[in-house]
Design a protein around this ligand. Structure first.
Ligand code: NCD
Length: 306
């Protein structure tokens, strides 16, 4: 039995197979419509979510399976003080696979140790978000045709943004990827990502503050939201929240085929005026999230579709 806590739980080759499967699902959805008939997915969400929870649920429903779960800690026995370990032991009797989101870093890992079913980390605090990364990789590979030889700008809250940490960890494994990390001084990537991931892998990266300076060289611009819920005080959040706003005028500095990604939800960091620009790929990205989660569920449940 396999759990997924970080993108590194899969080798590059295995990830490639999951992305291939996701692309086949996109091309031939009917072929997979009953692949998980009789199987159940539990979504255990202790923190708000729209895309991740509903795309997991849509993924299982598209595979002919069923879903059960809760969408906030208040509506589960966590409110009575139950531990995630006890919860997952019980859920293991009700479902075949679980996706868990939790505000505490490492909570899905703790749950996986007592689980009788595969557990997928659907976001743990400011730490990791592997299925968003798989979505990002599928989007880049589908729309750009490659995951190597690429300059990726990541902009916004690089400190608390778990999607950022997972994306960097995953992309350092492809040849000739350059990172331009764009953030205010206070929201730079955590030391463990800089030292243990980027430096350790001799990765080509630079850290800058001005988006305008970075834009012309980027193939991908990955925008992120300032993570309000992880700030210790409101004042700091208010000071940071509108630090970057990508608008039509700034986009004129970008390559004509640069792609703009965002895990969503967006707040102010991307102006709605660029939503119709062909480079804006964030809503297509949300669609890819369903295909990749379908592929992940099939892989973890070891379901083969011929
Ligand atoms: C992200 C998350 O939850 O980390 N959202 C998502 O899953 N698509 C990004 C965010 O909340 O800013």
């Amino acid at each position: 039995m396999r759990h997924v806590m970080s993108p590194l739980d899969f080798s590059v080759e295995e990830l490639g197979q999951i992305l291939d499967l996701a692309s086949d699902i996109e091309a031939n959805p009917q072929k997979y419509a009953h692949a998980c008939a009789g199987r159940k997915l539990a979504t255990l969400f202790y923190e708000p979510s729209t895309r991740t929870r509903l795309s997991f649920e849509a993924a299982m429903l598209n595979l002919g399976g069923s879903v059960l779960g809760f969408s906030s800690a208040d509506s589960s026995s966590a409110a009575k003080g139950e531990s995630v370990s006890d919860t997952i032991r019980v859920i293991s009797c009700y479902a075949d696979i679980a996706a868990m989101r939790h505000p505490k870093e490492g909570a899905p890992l703790v749950a996986s140790m007592k689980s009788g079913i595969p557990v997928i980390n659907a976001g743990d605090g400011g730490h990791q978000h592997p299925t968003q990364t798989m979505t990002d990789l599928l989007t880049i590979r589908s729309l750009k045709g490659r995951l190597d030889n690429i300059t990726v700008g990541i902009c916004g809250d690089l400190k608390f943004g778990r999607t950022v940490h997972s994306l960097i960890e995953a992309m350092v494994r492809y040849p000739n990827v350059r990172f331009v990390l764009i953030s205010p001084e206070e929201l730079r990537i955590p030391d463990y990502v800089r030292d243990d991931v980027l430096r350790k892998n001799n990765q080509d990266f630079k850290e800058v503050t001005r988006l305008e300076d970075a834009l012309p060289e980027l193939d991908i611009l990955y925008m992120t939201r300032v993570q309000k819920e992880r700030f210790f005080n409101e004042e700091d959040y208010v000071r940071m929240k509108d630090f970057y706003i990508l608008d039509k005028q700034k986009l004129t500095l970008a390559k004509p085929d640069m792609m703009v990604l965002h895990p969503l939800p967006r707040v102010n960091e991307i102006s709605v005026e660029i939503d119709d620009d062909p480079r804006a790929a964030y809503f297509r990205q949300a669609q890819y999230g369903v295909y990749v989660r379908m592929a992940l569920i099939l892989t973890l449940l070891e379901v083969k579709v011929c």
